[in-house]
Design a protein around this ligand. Structure first.
Ligand SMILES: [Zn+2]
Length: 177
């Protein structure tokens, strides 16, 4: 009986080779999906997240050159996406900063729902980002600074929210010196 069964199975598999292959493939795909799903869920746990962030930080520090080179390469290859992302992120951060500073011009009190009429004026000019000539660099610095402030939920006291007019008036002296 046993021998018969084994033979039977062998014959069945030979006759249904493609189906069997399909069935196995499906099984492994499903398992894979489950495994990946489980791993994804695990990465969301705070303690796992913290550990991974710490590990990434250590790696970035000890492989700085390699990481920088990779980032440069990646950014070049994804330039359009990157520019778009930076623009959106900047907009988001600007909105946060404008809200945080009361959405009101520090000098004239102008209130507006439009973020773009406001500038962030650095009263300590030596550290101002307006001194950076390179536009991309300026963007990056601005984003980095804004990100830092957002994370701390605090904007330094020497940053003033000014409307475009008042900002120009503040800098009037600079141009005539
Ligand atoms: Zn103003």
């Amino acid at each position: 009986m046993r021998i018969y069964d084994r033979e039977h199975g062998k014959i069945y598999r030979q006759e249904h080779k493609e189906e069997e292959k399909e069935r196995h493939k499906k099984y492994y795909d499903e398992q894979k999906k489950k495994i990946l799903e489980r791993a994804r869920e695990r990465r969301k746990l705070p303690e796992v997240r913290e550990k991974n962030t710490e590990r990434a930080r250590r790696y970035n520090q000890s492989h700085r050159e390699k990481v920088n080179a990779y980032q440069r390469k990646y950014q070049n290859e994804h330039r359009n996406y990157y520019v778009k992302w930076a623009r959106e992120r900047k907009r988001e951060l600007k909105k946060w900063a404008v809200d945080k500073l009361g959405r009101k011009c520090f000098d004239c009190g102008l209130e507006s729902k439009f973020d773009f009429i406001y500038d962030l004026h650095h009263e300590n000019e030596a550290e101002s980002w307006s001194h950076f000539q390179n536009v991309n660099k300026t963007d990056m610095i601005r984003i980095r600074k804004l990100k830092e402030w957002q994370k701390a939920d605090k904007i330094p006291n020497d940053i003033k929210l000014l409307c475009a007019n008042c900002h120009r008036i503040r800098h009037y002296g600079d141009l005539n010196e």
